[in-house]
Design a binder for this molecule. Structure first.
Ligand SMILES: [Zn+2]
Length: 241
């Protein structure tokens, strides 16, 4: 009986799918070419142009590990792509942040989740903590892009997301104009802890892009100061080269 219904509805579904495609063509957000039924948000050609880090298969310290040496002790680090200005990755991150592309963030999170799922290094991570943004910023943007990445990852890794464990204090727009040392001081005052306890031994902070690492360092320091034995890892979509 089911088969009979499927036989009737499947062509109809395809018909409506095709019709929808005519009105809202699915295009690559990078090159604007039309996407095939098997592609999501970005075409295969543009995905290929992004530079993978392959940090998940490193057996020695990666550049990302070294970035935090002497600053904060971390368990594991991971970034999917290298970030470079004037390259497609910059447009993609911009779209994720400012163009109301929530499904894109979840999709990227799923890709991150699938990538680290295959590696043994990240098996002990029990929960994800997205880097928070100020509530006002979140309201204007419609979402927190790091939270979307965490959502995508959480479904693949089947682990929870800890929201409101770390809170963002002030909306600081002048951050990027300061140098690294000034920024560190500033970053350490960016966050505070919420009223929720962390009942885990190993958590991972999730971010969209890492440049100097000062924000993540501040957030990890804050967590470490209240949970001295907590293992902290970092998972990011991209890291500056
Ligand atoms: Zn494309």
């Amino acid at each position: 009986m089911h088969l009979k219904i499927d036989k009737i509805t499947a062509p109809l579904e395809r018909y409506f799918e095709g019709f929808q495609h005519l009105i809202f063509p699915n295009v690559c957000l990078q090159c604007s070419c039309e996407l095939s039924r098997f592609e999501k948000h970005i075409c295969a050609f543009c995905w290929d142009k992004l530079q993978r880090t392959y940090f998940e298969s490193y057996e020695v310290a990666s550049g990302m590990d070294q970035l935090f040496w002497g600053r904060i002790e971390l368990s594991e680090t991971f970034a999917l792509y290298f970030f470079e200005k004037e390259k497609p990755i910059q447009d993609i991150l911009h779209a994720l942040k400012y163009q109301f592309k929530a499904p894109l963030g979840i999709h990227f999170g799923e890709v991150m989740g699938n990538t680290i799922f295959k590696s043994n290094k990240y098996k002990t991570i029990e929960a994800l903590i997205p880097v928070p943004i100020h509530p006002q910023k979140r309201f204007l943007r419609g979402y927190n892009q790091s939270e979307l990445l965490a959502e995508g990852m959480a479904t693949i890794l089947e682990i929870p997301i800890l929201r409101n464990v770390v809170l963002k204090k002030a909306n600081n727009a002048s951050q990027t104009r300061k140098n690294r040392f000034l920024r560190w001081d500033n970053a350490s005052e960016q966050f505070c802890l919420g009223k929720i306890d962390i009942p885990y031994q190993h958590i991972a902070i999730v971010d969209d892009v890492i440049t100097t690492g000062s924000t993540l360092e501040a957030m990890a320091q804050l967590l470490r100061s209240h949970y001295p034995d907590l293992q902290i890892s970092l998972l990011s979509f991209a890291i500056a080269k």
